[in-house]
Design a protein around this ligand. Structure first.
Ligand code: C2E
Ligand code: MG
Ligand code: MG
Ligand code: MG
Length: 278
């Protein structure tokens, strides 16, 4: 009986594995083509500064305008793009279009604001990244202080020594550095004091539990920790007014989430959130 079960199970796994591998290959091919065919686009989500009620900056988030499947979110393809190395090319494209957009907004006379771009671990391991970023800033005439890179804890933990050096180089250029999804990775407090970070973004999973006591204790602790280390704090995934109010009481600097706005296409974002400089 056990043997039988084993055999069945084996058969089940093989077919599933094959189907899975097949799907991945198909998706990988599609990703390559999507880059050539320019099917990626960016949406923009504002960050609201709680201290002055003003726009604190904006985060660019990638979307895939798939000809058949419609709008596909990054959760469906970023991991695969990382595994296949396509993320380097995709990441370059994202950085270029985000900076092109910011350059256009500045050129149109909108008040300058900081633009955040998500950078995955695989991109940080690309030895051309620094040079590439410098070139993009130069190309679109963007002062480095208006660029923010959002990185995740995992890269930092896996590559402690190299990451300190690389992040210091970004910092020297004047680029703003944030740690994204804080609290979800296998965090260590040690790296927080080693790394030249400006901002800590509290992961949505803690914010969604607010105003629950457990999560409130976590968000309060993160805010105090960040401030004591000289960093500012952004809470991501704020969906309800009561969450925003509590975060404000806890001393959080900036909030981001559907309560403020969903990520928007560039033109809509500009219409709703950008103001001409005086
Ligand atoms: P993230 O950087 O932590 O971005 C926040 C995610 O939460 C975004 O999902 C955003 O649309 C979503 N979000 C924002 N506010 C709320 C809210 O109030 N409620 C809920 N439920 N969700 C909210 P998205 O755009 O699907 O991106 C998912 C992740 O994919 C990002 O997490 C980031 O890690 C990655 N990603 C997105 N764009 C890029 C990119 O251009 N490059 C790279 N390397 N990764 C990206
Ligand atoms: Mg992010
Ligand atoms: Mg995040
Ligand atoms: Mg997140």
């Amino acid at each position: 009986r056990a043997k039988n079960l084993g055999r069945n199970r084996y058969a089940f796994y093989t077919s599933e594995l094959t189907a899975d591998a097949h799907q991945r290959m198909a998706l990988e091919n599609e990703l390559r083509h999507a880059l050539e065919r320019d099917e990626f686009t960016l949406v923009y989500q504002p960050k609201l500064n709680l201290k002055n009620g003003q726009l604190d900056g904006v985060e660019a988030l990638v979307r895939w305008e798939h000809p058949q499947r419609g709008l596909v979110g990054p959760e469906q393809f970023i991991a695969l793009a990382e595994e296949t190395g396509l993320i380097v090319e995709l990441g370059r494209y994202i950085l270029d279009s985000a900076c092109a957009q910011l350059g256009a907004w500045l050129h149109q006379g909108f008040a300058p604001m900081r633009l955040a771009v998500n950078i995955s671990g695989a991109q940080l391991r690309d030895k051309h990244l620094l040079k590439n970023i410098e070139q993009v800033l130069e190309r679109y005439q963007i002062p480095p202080c208006y660029l923010e890179l959002e990185i995740t804890e995992d890269f930092v933990m896996d590559h402690q020594r190299e990451s300190v050096t690389l992040l210091q180089q970004f910092r020297q250029l004047g680029i703003h550095l944030s740690i994204d999804d804080f609290g979800t990775g296998y965090s260590s407090m040690a790296y927080l004091k080693e790394l030249p970070l400006d901002t800590l973004k509290i992961d949505r999973s803690f914010v969604s539990g607010l105003p629950g006591a457990q999560d409130a204790a976590i968000t309060q602790s993160i805010i105090v920790l960040a401030h004591n280390l000289g960093m500012s704090v952004v809470a991501e995934g704020v969906e309800r007014q009561e969450q925003k109010i509590l975060l404000e009481q806890q001393g959080c600097d900036v909030v981001q989430g559907y309560l403020i706005s969903r990520p928007l296409p560039a033109s809509q974002f500009a219409k709703s959130f950008l103001r001409h400089s005086a």
